[in-house]
Write a protein of this length. Structure first.
Length: 212
């Protein structure tokens, strides 16, 4: 099978997985990307038409990965949110590394968020998840939109100790822990659902992006 045929097959399979809604398994998407020799080529096909013809204008990811609030998705899960999600998806499979802040050596959860917000929106988030949890504006769980940050209390007590990026359909992308790689996980997951704290929304051209 030629590389182009494999890429086309991978693109089709990825679209089917993403359209499966909240039941999509994170490891299926991650393994699909990791099996290919050139992840970036697959992601470019994912962003474009995948037909082999000249690439059309990029289709907003809000149409591919719908947000939890469909009526608001078209206006809020576009622009900078699209860029955040594209940047995050391009790092699927990168290893977790405690204290890590680069794609070359690996990321921890807050280093991953720092990287994608700086690259996609030109914003410099604080270094830790607890500090990032003070950025922007509070978002209730039922009002999450693609591009929001989601925070967790994984260490007990009230301290925020983990962060990820919400991508819609009750799912988020994050760097989970040592021994794992950046992956997509459902908020319905028993562990992560029990540790969920709240969401925060940071917009590129909004004064609320500053620490409250």
């Amino acid at each position: 099978m030629t590389l182009s045929t494999r890429l086309a097959a991978a693109f089709s399979a990825l679209c089917l997985l993403l359209s499966a809604g909240g039941q999509t398994r994170a490891d299926e998407i991650e393994n699909l990307l990791n099996r290919q020799s050139d992840r970036q080529q697959i992601l470019r096909q994912f962003e474009n038409s995948g037909t082999g013809s000249p690439a059309p204008a990029k289709k907003p990811l809000a149409q591919i990965i719908p947000a939890a609030q469909p009526a608001a998705a078209a206006s809020t899960a576009s622009g900078s949110a699209d860029e955040l999600i594209r940047s995050a998806m391009g790092l699927l499979g990168v290893a977790y590394r405690y204290g890590g802040t680069s794609a070359r050596t690996g990321f921890d959860c807050s280093g991953f968020m720092q990287h994608i917000f700086r690259r996609s929106m030109g914003l410099n988030l604080p270094r830790t998840s607890a500090e990032q949890a003070k950025m922007g504006t509070h978002v209730n769980r039922g009002e999450l939109q693609a591009g929001d940050m989601v925070f967790f209390r994984t260490m007990g007590g009230g301290r925020i100790s983990h962060v990820g990026l919400y991508i819609g359909n009750n799912r988020f992308i994050h760097a989970p822990r040592t021994g794992k790689s950046i992956e997509i996980t459902s908020l319905s997951n028993k562990y992560w659902g029990s540790k969920y704290a709240f969401g925060r929304r940071v917009k590129k051209h909004d004064t609320a992006r500053f620490i409250n």
